[in-house]
Every structure is written in C-alpha cells, then in structure tokens.
Design a protein around this ligand. Structure first.
Ligand code: NAD
Length: 269
C-alpha cells in the first residue's frame, strides 16, 4: 500500500484526485493539506471533494502529514512551492509537483531536494500532452524553417500565463531545434512589431469561461501548416495521470525525474 498526501486538497485538482482515489486501491490517503485559510479545514477530505467519506480531515499541517507518507502530490500554489519542496526533502518523501507558474529561483531548491528524495515536476500530467511533447520535439526538428506558434486556452480562474504546458511545449520545440527558448520566445506582440523574425517561438494566450485546457502548436510555412493539438475536456485526465505517476514515484530513489521517465518505465515493464 502506498501512503499518499494530497496538497491543495480543497482546490479543483485536489478535489478531482480525491474523487478518483477509488480507482487506485493500492493508494491510501493519509493526509489532505489545504491552506491555513481554507474553508475546508477540519472537513472530511472525501466529503468536501464530493466523493465518499475517506476518514481523513483536511489539515494545514504539512510537516505532520509527512510523518506518515510515501509520496506527496502537490497541486496548490507557486508561492508555497519552495516551502513544500524543502519540507518533502527534509522528510525524505518523494514529491510530484504539479503546480505551474513556478518561480525561476525554484530550480536550485529542487536540485538540492533531489539529493535526498525523488522529485518530479510536471506542468501537465495527462498522457496525451506528454505524447504531444514528443511529437512537437520531432516536428520542430524535422521542420526547422517553419514558423512555430503555440496557442493555449484556459478557464477564467487560471492565474499564470502562458500555461506551464505551453511553456513545456515551447521547451520541447526549442530542444528539437537545439536552440534556447529564452532567446527565441516571443510572449507578447503589440503595436508596430515589424515582420516576424525567423526562428522565433511565439505564444498566444486566451482566457475565459470554464475551458479545462487547449493547446495548439502550429508550424507554418508558405503553402502549408502543420497543426498539432490537444484538448482536455475533463481535469480528471490530469488527476488520473498524477495518481499513476505518484504511485511510480513513490518507488524511486532520490533524484530529478520527468513524466518521460514514467512513460519509458511503463513501456519497458
Ligand atoms: P485551485 O486554485 O482550484 O486550487 C489550489 C488550492 O491550493 C486552493 O484550494 C488553495 O487554497 C490551495 N493552497 C494555497 N496555498 C496553499 C498552501 N500553502 N498549502 C496547501 N494548499 C494551498 O487551482 P487548481 O486548478 O487546482 O490548480 C492548482 C495548480 O495546479 C495550478 O498551479 C495549476 O496551474 C496547476 N495544474 C497543473 C496541472 C498538471 O497537469 N500539472 C493540471 C491542472 C492544473
């Protein structure tokens, strides 16, 4: 049995994972952590998620939760990410960090944490997106002169832009072309921008309604366009992917891991 702690338990993703736990009989929830201001504090984790009673009250005490844990799944807030990473490292509990909009300075904290526990940061835990990342890497390499643009659409509550997934797609494209995303990215265009520079990787962001997540990668040339895209219609795909990944991560030695490692391990087994 793998003992799981869900951080961000009262949020959209947290509740979605708690509703899906029944599909994973080898995972047992030992703690559900919310922010100290959450209205769900003290409530049963399952009930507040609209699922069956799980017998685990929602708490704000991550340190206490880590005492009895094999893996932590964190979908909460970027502002608390460093604190959560350090706590997991100190307790030597593997961490799947699904939160996006992470500060750049977090890389050092993650590297340090990976010396004492397994750490996996995933901007997107759906199987489809992780296959798309590979396809984009290949397409960008095969079509080096095509203009590459990434368009993403998300619900009106999303706080970071471009989405973590759009950035991951940009990184995959840059890897495929063996260029630096930081040097090639265009995150905004307004006014007299002049013609499009060759090699640029452009991002466009749409926000509104209840859109779970849509990503399109366009490779445009004179006479043709290649469009690679993904539409998430239910955040359960992220939640299911996160639970599957956490089950795998709980068994890993200290180090940095990526979603690619999870899929490669699956193909090998
Ligand atoms: P949400 O706002 O619904 O939920 C976040 C929850 O975290 C809230 O309930 C908030 O109160 C809580 N929280 C804030 N500070 C906390 C703290 N210190 N400790 C514990 N909980 C805390 O957001 P969401 O839609 O559930 O998304 C959460 C994060 O996951 C976002 O960064 C989002 O972009 C990301 N996300 C990732 C994927 C993926 O596949 N990796 C998929 C969807 C969303």
């Amino acid at each position: 049995m793998t003992r799981v702690v869900v951080v961000g338990a009262a949020g959209r993703m947290g509740r979605s994972m708690l509703r899906l736990l029944g599909e994973f009989p080898d995972l047992t929830l030992t703690a559900a952590v919310a922010s100290g201001r959450s209205a769900a504090l003290g409530q049963d984790a399952g009930s507040q998620a609209g699922a069956a009673v799980l017998g685990v009250p929602v708490t704000a005490d991550l340190a206490a939760a880590l005492v009895d844990a094999d893996v932590v799944i964190d979908f909460s807030t970027a502002a608390a990410a460093a604190e959560h990473v350090r706590a997991c490292a100190q307790a030597r509990v593997p961490l799947l960090l699904g939160t996006t909009g992470l500060p750049e300075g977090l890389e050092g904290v993650l590297g340090e944490a990976a010396k004492s526990t397994a750490v996996l940061v995933a901007a997107n835990t759906s199987l489809g997106i992780n296959v798309l990342l590979e396809l984009v890497r290949q397409a960008a390499a095969a079509l080096p002169d095509y203009d590459l643009e990434i368009v993403e659409v998300h619900h009106r509550h999303k706080v970071d832009a471009p989405s973590g997934t759009a950035l991951a797609l940009g990184r995959a494209a840059a890897e495929g072309r063996q260029v630096s995303l930081a040097e090639q990215a265009a995150y905004a265009r307004q006014g007299h921008t002049g013609p499009r520079p060759a090699g640029q990787i452009g991002f466009a962001v749409v926000r509104g309604g209840d859109v779970v997540g849509e990503h399109d990668v366009l490779l445009l040339a004179g006479g043709e366009r290649l469009r690679l895209g993904h539409v998430a219609t239910d955040r359960a795909v992220f939640a299911r992917g996160a639970l599957t990944t956490a089950r795998w991560l709980a068994q890993q030695r200290p180090g940095r891991y990526a979603m690619r490692d999870v899929f490669l391990a699956k193909t090998k087994s």
